[in-house]
Design a protein around this ligand. Structure first.
Ligand code: ADP
Ligand code: MG
Length: 295
């Protein structure tokens, strides 16, 4: 590989909206055979909306939104923004939590108006030895069957509601997956979200259910990349979140969404400036072409 050809490759990358950390990155890009795609914010827009509230008996929607909205207002997570915005648009100002903590990959917990509140996935409830009553379990199953994420709200020791949130698949994602396949790559969808939602997104973009890895904790994403590498694969990882940073660094090639977090951008080898997944396919094609012409 002559330095001039590599420089031309990186220059062309910039035109395509791909920032390359160094010319040596092109070599690992060329060898990639598997592309692991984070779901939220990478394949989907990451802008979630609160679509429904299912309170348990004896609880009002407003009570749920007041406590859950107040707690989520303190979090940056896309789910948290959907819940806080939904609550605020309905109730106006929300109380300020007396105590707040993020539980990465699971949700949030804290104290609002004297109530100990949890908002997150069912696994968070399990950590507090709480169970989901049958009516709420049905609401959760209905939400997930519709391809939405079900979030549980609990306070003072009991689950009190299920919230439905969803975001949309980016318009360009299906085409991007098609282009990655056309390059001979195997796309894998990786997410902390539940399996039903993950499979529904996968179906929309053309990824097979057996290539969906769901319900992983943030620290397990890097292990998924390592497992694929142990199977002999050369792995590219595309992600945007703080929870993707370790996997981006571990992958043979890390591609960060330019619309994502600083942590992801710092961990990646390449940045897809516009957050358009099609640029991932462009990057791989460019690397093959650049290095192909100089061999
Ligand atoms: P992803 O891999 O899809 O980007 P995360 O690992 O950040 O997702 O989160 C996994 C799951 O944990 C989310 O789908 C959601 O169900 C739950 N979760 C995480 N943070 C929050 C929060 N602040 N409020 C409610 N639920 C949350
Ligand atoms: Mg993400």
């Amino acid at each position: 590989a002559t330095p001039t050809a590599l420089m031309v490759g990186t220059g062309r990358g910039a035109q395509l909206g791909i920032l390359i950390k160094g010319p040596e990155v092109l070599e690992s890009t060329r060898r990639v055979d598997t592309v692991v795609l984070d779901k939220t914010g990478t394949v989907t827009t990451g802008r979630m909306t609160l679509l429904a509230v299912h309170p348990a008996e004896g609880v009002t929607e407003d009570e749920v939104l007041r406590l859950a909205g107040a707690l989520e207002h303190a979090s940056e997570h896309p789910v948290a923004r959907a819940v806080a915005d939904g609550a605020r648009s309905r109730l106006g100002a929300l109380p300020v939590p007396e105590d707040f903590a993020n539980v990465p990959g699971l949700g949030v917990q804290g104290v609002v108006e004297g109530h100990a509140v949890l908002v997150g996935r069912e696994k968070l409830l399990a950590e507090w030895a709480m169970e989901l009553p049958a009516a709420l379990a049905r609401a959760r199953a209905g939400a997930e069957a519709a391809g939405r994420t079900a979030i549980i709200v609990a306070w003072d020791g009991a689950a009190r509601a299920v919230l439905e949130v969803a975001d949309a698949v980016k318009e360009t994602s299906a085409e991007a997956v098609g282009r990655l396949r056309a390059l001979g790559l195997r796309p894998v969808l990786l997410t902390g979200d539940n399996r039903a939602v993950a499979e529904s997104v996968a179906r929309e973009v053309g990824i097979a259910p057996e290539d969906v890895i769901a319900e992983v904790l943030p620290e397990e994403k890097v292990q998924v990349v390592e497992r694929l590498q142990d199977e002999g694969r050369t792995v590219a990882m595309v992600g945007d979140g703080v929870n993707d940073a370790a996997a981006l660094a571990r992958a043979d090639l890390g591609l960060a969404m330019g619309t994502g977090t600083d942590a992801a951008i710092e961990a990646g080898d390449l940045t897809l400036v516009r957050g358009d997944l099609r640029a991932a396919a462009d990057a791989i094609r460019l690397a093959r072409r650049t290095l192909g012409t100089i061999r």
